[in-house]
Design a protein around this ligand. Structure first.
Ligand code: FAD
Length: 425
């Protein structure tokens, strides 16, 4: 019996544990280790930030969910991966051996790369559910004492959809609270154009997102770097197409939410062959680390190069559809390796994204994620908001019950089947 350890209890890690259990769990031990006792449905964090959800509504107790499926759960942060010894050092001092490892630890949030950025500085966050809950309190204060709002992403970020989502959701909430007229809003981003998303756009996301921002009177600054943040003031610099500095300016705010750049977690940082200089895990076409063949990686922690050159660094997002396909490929190849066979499963790396605006939204499907593409589709409407609510319900059910169906793929296929992609797919 081999020991198969999954690190990280998020979208990638939980799916890996369940799929491993189903594929090889009768002959091998499956262990999930996480620094968080809960699975948190990260895509719902922007709703927590405006009090449309309570944190408990989007959390699942991992101990309960895993024990129901016969998976051992360890709630103990990994402080160091030692791939040469096939061991993990846990924060309690325990040393956990593994035969095969799946790394699914998502990002470290690099707020520290910009002075004053993040919840320990002067801007809010929706990256973690706790951050979003703290943001909800700031939003309450904003409604009591309205003032300017600055929302966006930092240079080097690889996640843009939630910044747009939060801007639109907050705008909807402020209108409902009848204070929107006293809240000037600005969207600041390193993207070379609105709707780039780190994907060089998908379909007409540039036109769709610009139009939404215009309709809601949200000003925007693209190609902008955040230099530093002080209490109530953000210092930014626009850059020219060649990357040189253009004009610097300041943005005053009563509330600001900025998505930071990501790195890999400290436990893998600086391990030759396992991680790159930013701490992301390089993988081959089979989700395997090229140096340590018994180590696989899925999700945000995987190293993916940017789609092209931009004046400021703009990273590629890793979304649910893509993560799900990475998991299925990794688990399939682990099953083959255990049977002494060569790997043959490859992730599809497509992107399906639904950006909710609170009352309507924008959806896009990129197949494959990196252009040029076979499917390059985007659309908008009230149906996107309704679909996002349905996805949350369905996904939390999936995690509670331990089902392994490829959720995003099924949903994407349904969209195509519904004719929404006719002529595009
Ligand atoms: C606010 C937000 C909204 C998003 N919305 C969408 C969306 O609508 N649709 C979409 O497709 N994608 C969305 N994404 C992108 C992506 O799907 C999510 O980021 C997703 O949660 C990534 O899954 P993951 O498993 O790679 O990482 P995570 O979900 O971040 O999971 C990582 C796990 O590892 C654990 N961990 C971290 N460090 C350690 C350690 N040292 N030891 C043990 N465990 C550790 C963490 O606690 C966590 O449980 C969104 C991202 C964000 C930030």
């Amino acid at each position: 019996m081999k020991k198969l350890v999954v690190m990280g209890g998020g979208i990638g890690g939980v799916a890996s544990a369940y799929e491993l259990k189903q594929a090889v769990g009768s002959d091998h031990e499956i262990i999930l280790v996480s620094d968080n006792p809960w699975f948190e449905f990260t895509p719902s964090n922007p709703w927590v930030a405006v009090n449309w959800r309570k944190p408990d509504a989007i959390r699942v107790d991992l101990d309960e969910a895993m024990s129901r499926r016969g998976i051992r759960f360890i709630h103990d942060p990994v402080v160091r991966v030692r791939p040469a010894d096939d061991q993990l050092d846990l924060s309690s001092g325990t040393v956990l051996d593994y035969d095969m490892l799946v790394i699914a630890t998502g990002p470290r949030l690099a707020f520290d790369e910009i002075e004053g950025l993040g919840p320990e500085g002067f801007t809010s966050s929706v990256c973690k559910t706790d951050h979003a809950a703290a943001t909800a309190q700031v939003v309450e204060k904003l409604c009591e004492a309205p003032g300017p709002v600055v929302i966006g992403a930092a240079q080097g970020a690889s996640c843009y959809g939630p910044a747009y989502e939060y801007a639109f959701i907050l705008e909807t909430e402020l209108r409902r609270r009848k204070v929107r007229d006293r809240v000037p809003m600005t969207f600041v981003t390193p993207e070379p154009y609105i709707g780039h998303f780190g994907l060089d756009g998908v379909g007409d996301t540039k036109g769709l997102m610009e139009s939404e921002l215009r309709e809601r009177h949200i000003k925007w600054l693209t190609n902008h770097r955040i230099d530093r943040v002080e209490s109530g003031v953000m210092h930014v610099t626009g850059v020219k197409p060649d990357g040189s500095d253009a004009e610097s300016s300041t943005l005053e705010f009563a509330h600001s939410m900025i998505l930071p750049a990501f790195t890999g977690i400290d436990a893998v940082m600086g391990i030759d062959g396992l991680s790159n200089p930013r701490g992301f895990i390089p993988v081959d076409e089979f989700q395997r680390n090229p140096t340590y063949a018994n180590v696989y990686a899925v999700g945000v922690c995987v190293a993916i190069p940017p789609v092209g050159k931009t004046p400021l660094p703009v990273g590629v997002p890793k979304t649910g559809f893509m993560i799900e396909s990475m998991v299925t490929a990794a688990v399939g190849n682990i099953a083959l390796a255990l049977a002494g066979e060569e790997p043959r499963h490859r992730a599809t790396w497509n992107a399906l994204c639904l950006a909710d605006f609170g009352d309507r939204g924008v959806a896009f499907l990129a197949v494959p994620q990196i252009p040029p593409r076979n499917t390059n589709w985007s659309s908008s409407g009230k149906w996107v908001h309704l679909a996002k609510v349905a996805i949350e319900k369905y996904y939390l059910h999936k995690v509670r019950k331990g089902t392994t169906e490829p959720f995003y793929e099924k949903f994407g296929m349904k969209l195509m089947g519904a004719g929404k992609l006719r002529g595009q797919a």
